[in-house]
Each structure stands twice: as structure tokens, then as C-alpha cells.
Design a protein around this ligand. Structure first.
Ligand SMILES: Cc1cc2nc3c(=O)[nH]c(=O)nc-3n(C[C@H](O)[C@H](O)[C@H](O)COP(=O)(O)OP(=O)(O)OC[C@H]3O[C@@H](n4cnc5c(N)ncnc54)[C@H](O)[C@@H]3O)c2cc1C
Length: 461
């Protein structure tokens, strides 16, 4: 598939809305064009070191996993999401029981992964249900569709109804990988559904929130204007899914396996993004300090040192997750659950502190620096050239543009979007805490404490 073929593939009858408007051509619509161009660039762009086939290769070792994460985090997000989604399916298949009842699902998952590979399909994890009243189970909701469910069983497939919210990149991808949002209990069989649905399927509608700066302000948003996926509110209005694309249909005991596997891979991706982003924030803080002439002042150095520690801890967690990857019986590397969840949790929880340090180091011009038009107009430019420089080598334009970048990366609406996405991706903070606690070796910790206390475990002689 080449970039033009990808663009053409979006004309598959998909029903996409932006702000109440039916989008007739996703590939050229101004709100989707940047995302489409980014995804298109990921198709076969060998020149920039990207190999689209990387998105389909399951890593066989920690080294391969590390290399895959490094090559994909630097690129457009649907590539990484495709790898994460397919690996999550692979991990799920690996965790399903070996018995006959699940053999069909495992072979369908294998078939689907192969299909995506053959046709260079971009896949997005489609998990988060509308959920209604959070304290109530699917069956207790006023409307049973608040969790996506099976409404009809046929000999050749199922019909699903419901909505999946906040689905990144849905409108510009090919496949929606529908998975249950949480563990379903006996009696909740209709909500225990996992399947792959092409975005253009009859009955699928996607409303979008697009975190893109206004088209005429791109110079003022040097980073966010080059990225940003549409976030999809995906509705399934009685969508038929053929059997070969159904990976779970009522087996409640395995409903959580999908979300857990997907959560693991999404959190690894989140930690990888945060590790890279944290290093970028350290670099930004130092550039701002140098541009302002304060890089040697003790409290500034201390703030940057704190940021270095944050960045390094997130990276350490990521590295530990990768280095301690478990090789499945099928031969691919899955990251360590404890380190993945801890790295994602720690990174997301403390990221706002890094932004605070940047704002403190930057000073007020992060919000008030002259605009790109002031640089373009000779009348105002003269004032920028006179009053914005600080020291030899730091001229008015460079410092002004550095502030634009700092604002774009840390306080713009795109920066806010990114901050919330980092907290929510792979589930909110609580989800990571839960999994981390589950995988932590508490028995060992208690044993150490008892040893230090010179005590036997309670209840034993
Ligand atoms: C920018 C962005 C991109 C996203 N991309 C995707 C995507 O591509 N695919 C996808 O499937 N999802 C995606 N998500 C969704 C994300 O996984 C969810 O936002 C997250 O799981 C939280 O669900 P929620 O938004 O419904 O919030 P809620 O479930 O309402 O959670 C809000 C708070 O309430 C707590 N809470 C809610 N219910 C309970 C309960 N029963 N018990 C204890 N605590 C509870 C949560 O822990 C949290 O603290 C994305 C989210 C964002 C913001």
C-alpha cells in the first residue's frame, strides 16, 4: 500500500461527522487532512527510516521489542496503535485456555493478524464503552446499549449495538478492534463481545473531536500543527460482524483478558511516549534557561535536575518492562506487567510537575511573546529584534519562536489534550495502580519486614 492508496482506502463509505457536519471526504477535509497526511506518510516511507511492516512484526525478544518501540513512538500514532492492538490480540489468544472451545477464536485472531499484515491495515483499540452510571453493571443500566453488546446471533455472525468513546484515530484507520471494557460476570454474556469491524461497515458512525490548532495559526503552534489524531465517538447501530471476525461472543470468563492485554500494550506505549516526551521537556527547559541566561542559577539547575530524575525514572520503568519481557509460548515478547504499569502510572501522575517547572523557568513570555505576524511585519519586528534578545547568539526571533514552541508543548489546548491523554490512555490512574498492586511481590516485602523485626509470620509458632 502506498500513501495514495491509503488515502483512497478511506473512501469506503465511512460515516464520519465533525462538529455536526457529515464529512464527505475524510482525506481532504481540513480537520482531518493533517492526520491523514501523517498516516499516509507512514506507508512505505523508507527514506525516513520507517518501515511500515514493523507495525505487524511481533517482537521475539526484549531487544526486538525495544527497537520496535523506539522506531514506532517517533512516528505517526496509528502505526504504534496497530502494533499494540495486534499484539494485544496475540497476548489474549495466548492467555485463552488451550481447549477446543477457544481454538476457533485463536485461529480467527491469527487469521485477522495475517489479514492486517497482508493488506497493511491500520487498527485502533476500541474498548471504552459509554458506561452510563459508573457504579452500575451493564445489566443494571437504564439502557442496555450503554455497554456494547450482541443483539442478534446468526449462523454466519453476530449483530452488535452500542458505542465506544474516545477512540483515537478511528476516522482515519481501517479496523476497529472492539473489546469489552471490563470483566463481565455470568448473566452478562451479551456484553462479552470482541471483534474486528471495518470502519466503513454499514451501521458505524463516528463523531469526532479534533485537537488541531486553527488553520491560520500553524506557525504559532510549531508542534501540534503537525500531529493530532481525531478522537472518535464510535456508534455501532446494529452492525453485522461475520464469524471469522468474532473473537469472543459470550464467554464472560475471558472478557477481561482482552482489556488486560490491551491495557498492558497501551500502557507500554504510553510509557514509551512519556519517556521520550520527558526527555524533550528536559531539553526544552534547558533551552529556555539558556535563552533567558539563567541556566547557572541554583534554583533553575535544581528544577532541571528534578526533571532529569523524572525523565530517567520513567525511562527506567520502560526499560525494566522491556528487559523483563516474558516470551509467550507462541514466541513473542510481552512486557513485564508490574514495570509497565508502574512506569505509566508514575509518568502520568507526575508529568504536570514538569510542566510547572517549565513555566517557572520560562517566565511570562511563554504566554505573551509577540505573534508570528509581529515577526513578519518590519514595523513590529524591529521591536522584537531590539527587546527580545538576551545574550550573544540568542536573537529576538529565536527566543520568540522558542516561547511559541514552549507554549504549544506545555500550555496550549493541544498540550492540555496530550496531558489528559497521558493520564487516561490505557485506562485512568486507578487501573494502573490496581494492576501494579496485583503483580507486586507483597509476600516478599512482608518477609523482609518480618526478618527485620526478627518475627515469625503470625500464626506460626
Ligand atoms: C485523549 C484520549 C484518547 C483515548 N483513546 C482511546 C482509544 O483509542 N481507545 C479506547 O478504547 N479508549 C481510549 N480512551 C479512553 C480511556 O481509556 C478512558 O478515558 C479511560 O479508560 C477512563 O474511562 P472514562 O473516560 O469513561 O472515565 P470514567 O470511567 O468515568 O473514569 C473517571 C474516574 O472515575 C473512576 N471510576 C469510574 N468507574 C469506576 C468504578 N466502577 N470503580 C472505581 N472507579 C471508577 C476512574 O478510575 C476515574 O478515576 C482515550 C481517552 C482519552 C482522554
Amino acid at each position: 500500500v502506498n500513501p495514495d492508496e491509503y488515502r483512497a482506502s478511506l473512501a469506503d463509505g465511512r460515516r464520519v461527522f465533525y462538529d455536526g457536519e457529515l464529512v464527505t471526504d475524510v482525506a481532504t477535509h481540513p480537520k482531518f487532512r493533517v492526520a491523514v497526511d501523517n498516516v499516509a506518510a507512514g506507508y512505505g516511507d523508507g527514506e525516513r527510516g520507517l518501515n511500515s511492516a514493523d507495525a505487524y512484526k511481533f517482537p521475539a525478544s526484549s531487544d526486538e521489542l525495544r527497537a520496535r518501540m523506539e522506531s514506532l513512538t517517533g512516528w505517526e500514532p496509528t502505526l504504534l496503535m496497530t502494533l499494540e492492538s495486534l499484539l494485544a490480540l496475540g497476548t489474549t489468544a495466548s492467555r485463552m485456555p488451550a481447549d477446543e472451545a477457544f481454538a476457533k477464536y485463536r485461529s480467527r485472531i491469527d487469521g485477522f493478524v495475517e489479514f492486517c499484515k497482508q493488506h497493511d491495515r491500520r487498527c485502533v483499540p476500541t474498548i471504552s464503552d459509554a458506561k452510563g452510571h459508573r457504579a452500575l453493571s451493564p445489566a443494571q443500566q437504564a439502557d442496555p446499549d450503554l455497554y456494547t453488546r450482541i443483539v442478534e446471533h446468526h449462523a454466519d455472525g453476530i449483530v452488535i449495538r452500542g458505542a465506544k468513546l474516545h477512540i483515537s484515530g478511528a476516522a482515519v484507520a481501517h479496523e476497529l478492534l472492539v473489546m469489552p471494557t471490563k470483566r463481565m460476570k455470568p448473566g452478562e454474556e451479551q456484553w462479552a463481545v470482541a471483534c474486528a469491524v471495518p470502519v466503513g461497515s454499514p451501521g458505524v458512525t463516528i463523531m469526532n473531536a479534533v485537537p488541531l490548532p486553527p488553520a491560520d495559526e500553524w506557525e504559532y503552534h510549531p508542534n501540534s500543527s503537525h500531529g493530532g489524531l481525531p478522537e472518535g465517538f464510535v456508534v455501532f447501530d446494529d452492525v453485522f460482524v461475520p464469524n471469522e471476525r468474532v473473537f469472543l461472543a459470550g464467554e464472560v470468563e475471558h472478557s477481561a483478558t482482552f482489556a488486560h492485554s490491551m491495557g498492558l500494550w497501551q500502557r507500554l506505549g504510553g510509557a514509551a511516549h512519556m519517556a521520550e516526551g520527558a526527555d524533550r521537556l528536559v531539553g526544552l527547559a534547558r533551552l529556555l534557561a539558556e535563552a533567558n541566561g539563567v541556566e547557572k542559577i541554583p534554583h533553575i539547575r535544581e528544577k532541571i535536575a528534578d526533571m532529569i530524575i523524572y525523565a530517567t525514572l520513567v525511562r527506567s520503568g520502560l526499560e525494566a518492562a522491556i528487559e523483563n519481557a516474558v516470551i509467550t509460548p507462541e514466541g513473542f515478547a510481552t512486557p513485564d506487567e508490574l514495570y509497565t504499569n508502574v512506569a505509566k502510572y508514575y509518568g502520568a501522575l507526575n508529568r504536570d510537575r514538569m510542566l510547572t517547572f517549565i513555566h517557572d523557568i520560562a517566565g511570562g513570555a511563554i504566554l505573551t511573546a509577540p505573534l508570528p505576524g509581529d515577526l513578519a511585519n518590519p514595523e513590529t519586528r524591529a521591536y522584537v529584534d531590539k527587546y527580545m534578545p538576551t545574550r550573544p547568539g540568542i536573537d529576538g526571533e529565536y527566543r520568540t519562536r522558542l516561547f511559541h514552541a514552549a507554549r504549544d508543548l506545555t500550555v496550549s489546548s493541544a498540550a492540555g489534550h496530550h496531558q489528559v491523554a497521558m493520564i487516561m490512555s490505557g485506562g485512568g490512574l486507578f487501573a494502573q495502580k490496581l494492576v501494579a498492586t496485583m503483580h507486586y511481590d507483597l509476600a516478599h516485602a512482608k518477609q523482609l519486614a518480618l526478618k527485620a523485626a526478627r518475627l515469625d509470620p503470625p500464626g506460626k509458632g
